[in-house]
Design a protein around this ligand. Structure first.
Ligand SMILES: *Cc1c(COP(=O)(O)O)cnc(C)c1O
Length: 402
């Protein structure tokens, strides 16, 4: 008799599209930094759904906001006003020092929205000739999975077989401000960049890169679009990663942890000049800005700030990073990160990161490899000292056994 877990796996294999290759673990419950499988085994979640559950699994205050709002009003569409949207706008803009916000659902939709805003701004405000707008992006980027977004991906599996692609994008090396300066033309509408590249393997650009990019964009009348869908909302030890270089983007994209993992909510944050180009009927989403999303996000932001999760991310991130860097086993090439956005770069001779994910799972830690040799370590921001030390002990065991 196959176990329940095996039966469910078989159903996924039989009926599901096979566009993912998950680690062999069947989860059914989560609380804070912990998740449990069907056999009742507990794991430390060191992926946090790619930073969507920064606030920890099933945060009780967000859960309460969700159930309260769900029993009252969930969806009106934007054809009518709802009593949550204005409050969400105000709290979000105040917290992020933005002047306007546009709510969407998935991260990719926020990216698409920003690209549309940037193009319209280029034609209406900057005076770029019709259909000539260019958007500069970086090698190794990850901005989502829609056709226009994969049109400028440099990851072959993300693109292969999906053409023809959307034009109007230029790809430059990441972390190279000179390359940005050289790529800007009169028709450049925007520079879209991740403050730290997440899916590429927690790639941190040289110090001063974002500040220089900000200056170049200002000088050449180009919008700086920061994709903070993964780096934002406390992950790097600051509310937004842009704060590490003391800059402000023209358009900032957030998503993932904006709902604490309860619900897909994303947003484009901006100043008036850029967002002002959109008029009624020119862009929208049935679910974008719905009252349930707004109520959930309001609480997700509130607990992030009130419960000190951003400061905790900085503190625990330092502890975890220092602890990982101290594990001397020969298979670790580098430990890098900012706040609780951390990666362990393994020696290519060690046989690939996937193998380590499996050993870590056996030790009660869930991690995800990115590319072949990088282990990403990004626990929820509510992790405490004891749990960091517990995790370090397990990492040490697994990396030493190799
Ligand atoms: C996850 C992610 C996205 C896409 O978000 P989805 O909600 O999966 O569409 C975009 N940009 C970055 C940097 C991301 O990490």
């Amino acid at each position: 008799m196959p176990t329940l877990s095996q039966q469910l796996l078989a159903k996924e294999a039989k009926y599901g599209a096979s566009n993912y290759k998950p680690l062999d673990v069947m989860l059914c419950r989560g609380e804070g930094v912990w998740v449990w499988d069907l056999d009742g085994k507990r794991y430390l979640d060191c992926l946090s759904a790619y930073s969507a559950v920064n606030q920890g699994h099933c945060h009780p205050r967000i859960l309460a906001a969700l159930t309260e709002q769900a029993s009252r009003l969930t969806l009106t569409s934007r054809a009518f006003h709802n009593d949550q949207l204005g409050l969400f706008y105000e709290e979000l803009c105040t917290l992020t020092r933005s002047t306007r916000a546009l709510p969407m659902n998935s991260g990719a939709e926020a990216v698409e929205t920003a690209l549309k805003v940037a193009r319209k701004w280029a034609y209406q405000v900057k005076g770029v000739p019709a259909d000539q707008a260019e958007i500069i992006v970086c090698d190794g980027n990850f901005h989502g999975r829609t056709l226009s977004v994969v049109s400028f991906s440099t990851d072959e599996p993300s693109r292969h077989g999906f053409g023809p692609f959307t034009s109007g994008f230029r790809i430059i090396p990441y972390g190279d401000a000179d390359a940005l300066e050289a790529a800007i033309t009169r028709n450049t509408a925007a520079f879209l960049v991740e403050p730290i590249q997440g899916e590429a393997g927690v790639i941190i650009p040289p110090a001063g890169y974002l500040a220089r990019a900000r200056a170049l964009c200002t000088e050449h009348d180009v919008l700086l679009i920061l994709d903070e869908i993964q780096t934002g909302l406390g992950r790097t030890g600051a509310l937004l990663a842009e704060e590490h270089e003391g800059i402000e983007a023209d358009l900032t994209l957030i998503g993932k942890a904006l709902s604490g993992g309860f619900y897909p909510v994303s947003a484009v944050l901006s100043h008036d000049a850029a967002m002002g180009v959109l008029k009624p009927g020119e862009h929208g989403s049935t679910f974008g800005g719905n009252p349930l999303a707004c109520a959930v996000s309001r609480m997700a932001l509130k607990v992030l700030v009130e419960e000190g999760m951003i400061e905790n991310s900085a503190r625990m991130g330092r502890r975890l990073q220092d602890g990982l860097a101290a594990i001397q086993t020969g298979v670790v090439r580098e430990v890098r990160g900012r706040g609780l956005m951390i990666a362990i770069e393994l020696d290519p001779a060690a046989g690939g990161a996937r193998r380590f994910c499996e050993h870590l799972r056996d030790q009660g830690i869930l991690c995800k490899e990115t590319h072949t040799n990088t282990l990403r370590v990004t626990p929820p921001l509510v992790i405490d000292t004891d749990t960091v030390d517990w995790a370090l002990d397990r990492f040490s065991r697994v990396l030493s056994a190799a």
